[in-house]
Design a protein around this ligand. Structure first.
Ligand code: URA
Length: 211
């Protein structure tokens, strides 16, 4: 039997979240699950916090003002939405757009890790502190933004029990949108994406001296 495609595996994972119902209260208050969007073969996966109003209505992450700004930055590095994959830690909209609760982030983390295990991206760009702290809980975004970090996460109860990732901490586009200096910092950090990708692919052909 042919191996399943990444797209099929992602669809199965989405169905599993719907069946497991990890956050019944959030699900009850939301219109739908916002699982993720983009290419299952993407080199770069972006991870936000949780869907907002527009995302809840349309079923896709980052389709509002923050998403428009994200698309503009993608264009600056010659990428389109179809080239990347984008998702959130928490996959149902929290009421009144409040911050996701620690228990909600924890409930969705295993599914997020499985999403990354399926896609196998070269870079995971975390958007904002919630997303950064899912992978690197001790770091402050103001001190590490734009600096790629290698992490090894353990996947409990799974076949391959660990996953190595390169995390690129970025400010959240919704926060940076209305803050002039943070906006420029985010753009400057974003411009590093092609440089890091290049470095990682030349390392995979030879040595391994990337940060
Ligand atoms: N902010 C997020 O963190 N995620 C979205 O999908 C939209 C806005």
């Amino acid at each position: 039997m042919a191996a399943k495609t990444k797209q099929q595996l992602l669809e199965e994972l989405k169905a599993k979240i719907e069946k497991d119902d990890p956050t019944p209260e959030l699900r009850a208050g939301a219109t739908q699950l916002v699982f993720g969007d983009g290419s299952p073969d993407a080199d770069v996966v972006f991870i936000g916090e949780a869907p907002g109003k527009n995302e809840d209505e349309q079923g896709k992450p980052f389709v509002g003002a923050a998403g428009k700004f994200l698309n503009e930055m993608l264009a600056m590095v010659n990428l389109k939405r179809e080239d990347i994959y984008i998702t959130n830690i928490v996959k149902y909209r929290p009421p009144n757009n409040r911050d996701p609760l620690p228990a909600e982030k924890k409930a969705f983390l295993p599914y997020l890790q499985q999403q990354l295990e399926i896609i196998q991206p070269k870079i995971v760009a975390t958007l904002g502190r919630h997303s950064l702290n899912c992978f690197l809980p001790e770091l402050f975004i103001s001190q590490c933004h734009g600096e790629p970090k290698r992490v090894k996460i353990s996947l409990k109860g799974q076949k391959n029990n660990s996953l190595e990732l390169v995390i690129l901490p970025l400010y959240h586009p919704a926060a940076a949108l209305y803050n002039g200096s943070q906006r420029q910092t985010l753009i400057d950090d974003f411009m590093k994406i092609p440089i890091i990708l290049n470095k990682l692919s030349s390392n995979s052909k030879g040595g391994n001296n990337a940060k």
